[in-house]
Design a binder for this molecule. Structure first.
Ligand SMILES: [Zn+2]
Ligand SMILES: [Zn+2]
Length: 262
């Protein structure tokens, strides 16, 4: 049984057909999913999924790309993290991909928002779900400054270099691979996945985006996470079942989710 450690089931393209998606998940052997929050405005919807279904969990956080949304305080995040089935803080991090004419210095608001999430994570003991794009040096730098070696969590939808992977592992973080791993152009990333020890790996879809091959370009759903596991299995020359077992155990340990009894 597979776990999708990062999906956006509250987004309209997925939430509109939830019963169908849940049936597809079951048919594909995907028994659990972590529903990721990207704004405080969205949190209630994400949390409703987690409280409405035994096999869904939720995070609380504000994505670095989100502007013109409510800015979270440490207290806001700590309060949300205390609610039932909220197991992570995020997604948070830094994204300098679309600067829209601004300089990196202008993005201090993102770094400050990231620090707020790290403080909330340290206060609650709930792990961080980290998003980093075109900003790996600052992401690692802020984590070291603010995390003081105590911050933990996962670098989600990993697309960075081997050096960044090693730095994240050195900080004690897990690394989560998405459908990008199956893309033809992702040869370097496949080398990273081959390197990262299985006991430090998670798998995810980041659905509705980034559907794996052979569904590339279509709407992604948690039911496709086995394709990511299959790719890791090939790289490590093990079975998809071994990847499923290890990544499920890693998920349980990182997020404090009980073992599946079935
Ligand atoms: Zn992300
Ligand atoms: Zn995401």
């Amino acid at each position: 049984m597979y776990v999708d450690s990062h999906c956006h089931l509250s987004f309209p393209e997925l939430s509109a057909r939830l019963p169908e998606i849940r049936a597809e998940m079951q048919a594909a052997g995907v028994d659990r999913a972590l529903c990721i929050c990207t704004t405080l405005e969205e949190f209630a919807e994400v949390h409703r999924l987690a409280t409405g279904y035994d096999n869904f969990w939720a995070s609380a956080g504000v994505h670095p790309d989100e502007e013109d949304v409510r800015e979270p305080s440490v207290d806001d995040l700590v309060a949300l993290a205390a609610l039932p089935k909220v197991v992570a803080i995020g997604e948070t991090g830094l994204d300098y991909y679309r600067l829209n004419g601004r300089s990196i210095a202008d993005m201090e608001w993102q770094r400050e928002r990231f620090r707020v999430h790290i403080r909330a994570s340290r206060r609650t003991g709930k792990p961080l779900v980290i998003h980093t794009r075109s900003a790996s040096d600052d992401t690692l730098g802020v984590l070291k400054e603010e995390g003081g070696g105590a911050a933990r969590g996962v670098f989600h939808c990993f697309t960075e270099t081997m050096a960044v992977a090693k730095a994240a592992l050195d900080l004690g973080f897990l690394i989560s691979f998405s459908g990008i791993l199956t893309f033809k152009t992702a040869a370097d990333l496949r080398e990273v996945a081959r390197y990262v020890p299985l006991e430090r790996c998670l798998i995810e879809t980041d659905s509705p985006y980034l559907a794996p091959v052979p569904f590339r370009g279509k709407t992604n759903t948690p039911a496709y996470v086995p394709y990511v596991a299959q790719q890791i299995a090939e790289l490590k020359d093990i079975t998809p079942q071994e990847v499923a077992r290890a990544t499920s155990r890693n998920f349980e340990m990182l997020f404090g989710v009980p073992e599946q009894s079935s």
